[in-house]
Design a protein around this ligand. Structure first.
Ligand code: PMP
Length: 393
C-alpha cells in the first residue's frame, strides 16, 4: 500500500482512520487560499462561497439519494449522532419519551442514550443474535406507546454485520416511529439510498469515504423536526450554527463523488480480499472463528476470535511485523472493558479479549492479504506455545 509510512507496512485498520484521497486534497486546496470566502458574507467572495456550498450539498445529497435541503453539515459523526438523538428527543418530547437503540451501537450512541436517560428519557436496548444482527420482531417487542425514535446502526464498525434496514424502517414507519441510523461504517461500502431505506435521520462522516476528518453530515428527512444543540449565528437553517468548514465540505463532496463512481468496483475488490483472508485464516489456523455475520457483512471487514490468545498480544506481535490490525473500535481502545458488541453477541469476556479486527480500504493490495496469511499463523503459534490456556486445550 502506498500510504503507509514505510513500504513494508501493511495497514488493515481502515475502520479507525482512512487516508484522504489525493484527488480530494487537490479539490480542497484552493479553498484554503484564493477561495477562502464565508458563505454568510453578502459580497462577491461570499456569494461564490454560497454557490460552492450549494453545489457540495447537492453532491452529498446525490450520494444517498436525498434532497439537498435534507443535508446538514456538522463537525463529524459524533456530532451528527448527538444532533440526531438529542435534537429529535428534545423537539418531540411531548409525543413521548421512549427511545430504542441496539446493543451493538457505536459508543457515541450508547453515551448519548445515557445522557438522555439522565434527562428524563427512557431507553430500551434491543438485543442482537450471535452474528450481531437485530431481529425486527425483537425490536417490535420493545416498542411502547411512548416510543418516538429508534437508532440502529447501518453496519457494525466492529464485526461488520449489516442490519436488515429495509425491514426495520418498514416496521417503524408503520408505527409512526422515527428511525435514525449511524451509517458511518457502511458508507461507501454499501449503496445507501434513503428512498429504498427510508430512514428519517442518518449520520455520515467525511473521513469514512476518504475525505478530511472534522466534517460530518446529518441527513434529516423533510418533516422530521429537531432542536439545535449548538446555538450561534444560525447557519445550516438554524439547526447547526458555526461558520461552514468550506475546505472540508468541498473535500467531502469530492470524496462522495469518487465513492459513488467507484463503489461497485471497490465492493468487489475489497470483498475478494475479505473472503480470501477469512478463508485462509479459518483453513490455516486451528481454533479460529469468524465474528459477525457470515454473509450479511461489510465487504471490508474480517473479524476473528482465536482461542487461547489475547487479542492485544496478537495485535502487538503483528505490529512488530509491520501489520496494523485492531482489537476493536478505536473509540474504546483505551478501556480495559471487552467490546460491548462482542459481549452482546454472546461471547465470554475471554473470548471477546481474544478477538482481532482487520478492515481493508482503498489503498490495500492483494499482497497485503497474502502477507497477513504468511505472518499470522506463526505469530499465533508462538503466542499459543506461551499460553497455559493452550496447553490445557
Ligand atoms: N459512528 C461510527 C460507526 C464510527 O465508527 C465512528 C468513529 N469513526 C463515529 C461514529 C464517530 O466519528 P467521529 O469520531 O468522526 O466523530
Amino acid at each position: 500500500m502506498t500510504t503507509a509510512e514505510t513500504a513494508a507496512e501493511v495497514y488493515l485498520d481502515y475502520q479507525s482512520s482512512k487516508p484522504v484521497d489525493p484527488r480530494v486534497v487537490e479539490a480542497m486546496h484552493p479553498y484554503f487560499f484564493e477561495r477562502f470566502g464565508n458563505p454568510s458574507s453578502l459580497h462577491q467572495v461570499g456569494d461564490r462561497a454560497t454557490k460552492v456550498l450549494d453545489e457540495c450539498r447537492e453532491k452529498i445529497a446525490d450520494f444517498v439519494g436525498a434532497n439537498p435541503k435534507e443535508i446538514l453539515f456538522t463537525s463529524g459523526a459524533t456530532e451528527s449522532n448527538n444532533l440526531a438523538l438529542i435534537g429529535y428527543a428534545m423537539r418531540n418530547k411531548r409525543k413521548g419519551n421512549h427511545i430504542i437503540i441496539s446493543e451493538v451501537e457505536h459508543i457515541s450512541i450508547h453515551n448519548i442514550a445515557k445522557y438522555l436517560e439522565k434527562n428524563g428519557f427512557e431507553i430500551s436496548k434491543v438485543p442482537v443474535d450471535q452474528y450481531a444482527r437485530v431481529d425486527p420482531r425483537k425490536l417490535e417487542s420493545r416498542i411502547t406507546d411512548k416510543t418516538i425514535l429508534a437508532s440502529i446502526g447501518y453496519g457494525s464498525n466492529e464485526v461488520g454485520t449489516i442490519q436488515p434496514m429495509e425491514e426495520i424502517c418498514q416496521l417503524l414507519k408503520n408505527k409512526g416511529i422515527a428511525i435514525h441510523t449511524d451509517a458511518v461504517a457502511a458508507e461507501g461500502l454499501v449503496p445507501i439510498d434513503v428512498n429504498k431505506v427510508p430512514v428519517d435521520l442518518m449520520s455520515l462522516s467525511s473521513n469514512d469515504i476518504y475525505g478530511p476528518k472534522g466534517l460530518g453530515v446529518l441527513y434529516l428527512r423533510k418533516g422530521a423536526g429537531i432542536m439545535p444543540i449548538i446555538m450561534g449565528g444560525g447557519q445550516e437553517r438554524g439547526l447547526r450554527s458555526g461558520t461552514e468548514n468550506m475546505p472540508a465540505i468541498v473535500g467531502m463532496a469530492e470524496a462522495a463523488r469518487i465513492a459513488s463512481d467507484e463503489m461497485s468496483e471497490e465492493i468487489k475488490r475489497l470483498g475478494s480480499y475479505r473472503d480470501r483472508l477469512i478463508e485462509g485464516v479459518l483453513k490455516k489456523i486451528p481454533k479460529a472463528y469468524l465474528n459477525g455475520h457470515p454473509t450479511e457483512r461489510l465487504p471490508n471487514n474480517a473479524h476473528f476470535r482465536f482461542e487461547a490468545v489475547e487479542g492485544e498480544s496478537l495485535m502487538l506481535s503483528l505490529k512488530d511485523k509491520g501489520i496494523s490490525a485492531s482489537t476493536g473500535s478505536a473509540c474504546t481502545s483505551k478501556t480495559l472493558e471487552p467490546s460491548h458488541t462482542l459481549i452482546a453477541c454472546g461471547l465470554l469476556h475471554e473470548e471477546a479479549h481474544g478477538s482481532l479486527e482487520f478492515t481493508f480500504g482503498r489503498f490495500n493490495t492483494e499482497e497485503d492479504v497474502e502477507r497477513v496469511l504468511q505472518v499470522l499463523p506463526g505469530v499465533l503459534e508462538r503466542l499459543r506455545t506461551l499460553s497455559p490456556l493452550y496447553e490445557r486445550n
